[in-house]
Ligand binder design. Structure first.
Ligand SMILES: [Zn+2]
Length: 302
């Protein structure tokens, strides 16, 4: 589907929803200045795992996905980690070659499959980075380690997040925090991989509480569960995005796990649009039509 066609679909969907939008609550700081928060859209892709099972199928799928992302709307692209599988260094140049198909800025964070030294060598020297998009600042940081599925936030990283949230407050910007491993306490039947107490959990939770009106969303990869999310902590949306290689249906909604997990488990990428007081996640399985649409409201649990 061409970019123009996707735009038409998006704008039609927005029109259908405008009656709803007027009733949506924004985070306090957004509500006060909603008129100046213009529409933003961007693409999230994650967990490409090039070299998976020691064959080139992940690389081929990434090439196809990158070509489709190039035809999609969205001002920039974020890759939320696990670029390659199992630290396979020879896969980074292959990843970068297909990435060149995307004629827009692409910003990556490392995942637990991306050794930090290889990420620095092939992708970007800095592993903590601020990316600006209009009134929104993405705070990108590496909370993954090669030897664990859990996440880790150092005192230095927590201080950096705090100072960036303060800077955003001064500059009348909102933020989205991007790190591969979720910080949300996702108990059984969920994965249970998160930033645990002793690894920055409590400090991050306090930070979210302090800046709940500053943080539009906390965004992750890592789960391979389709669109998996919650907003049961301080009304902040915490979302794990679908893998561009494979996703598994773990029956979370059937098992009444907290949060949401729409039934779409094909590989692909997500177009995120923030407009009229709501954030819409529109899922695009690679090689297929636009699929699940999840609307995230601000200011109340969904
Ligand atoms: Zn991972």
């Amino acid at each position: 589907m061409g970019r123009e066609r996707e735009r038409q679909i998006l704008s039609r969907r927005a029109t259908l929803k405008c009656g709803v939008a007027s009733a949506i609550l924004w985070p306090t700081c957004m509500k006060a200045r909603a008129v100046s928060r213009e529409e933003l859209s961007f693409v999230i892709v994650t967990d490409t795992h090039l070299g998976y099972h020691d064959n080139n199928s992940a690389a081929k799928l990434w090439q196809k996905t990158a070509a489709e992302i190039n035809q999609s709307p969205g001002s920039l692209v974020l890759h939320l980690g696990d670029i390659v599988d199992g630290g396979r260094e020879e896969q980074y140049p292959i990843y970068l070659e297909s990435r060149r198909l995307i004629e827009r800025p692409v910003h990556e964070i490392p995942g637990n499959h991306d050794p930090e030294d290889l990420f620095r060598r092939h992708i970007r020297e800095k592993t903590s980075l601020v990316v600006e998009l209009g009134w929104l600042r993405f705070l990108l940081l590496n909370n993954a380690r090669r030897d664990s599925h859990d996440g880790f936030l150092s005192d230095e990283q927590l201080t950096w997040l705090e100072s960036e949230c303060e800077a955003a407050k001064r500059d009348d910007r909102l933020v989205s925090i991007c790190m591969h491993v979720p910080a949300h306490l996702n108990r059984h039947p969920d994965r249970g991989w998160y930033v645990k107490p002793g690894s920055g959990h409590d400090e991050f939770n306090e930070l979210l509480q302090r800046y709940q009106d500053r943080v539009v969303a906390v965004m992750h990869g890592h789960f391979h569960n389709g669109i998996r999310g919650w907003n049961d902590r301080h009304d902040v949306h915490e979302i794990c995005f679908p893998s561009a290689l494979y996703n598994l249906n773990r029956g979370l909604e059937e098992k009444s796990a907290p949060g949401f997990n729409p039934l779409e488990f094909r590989a692909g990428y997500t177009l995120v649009t923030i407009r009229d007081g709501a954030m819409t996640l529109l899922y695009k399985p690679t090689g297929s039509e636009l699929s699940v649409e999840k609307q995230c409201l601000f200011g109340k649990a969904t």
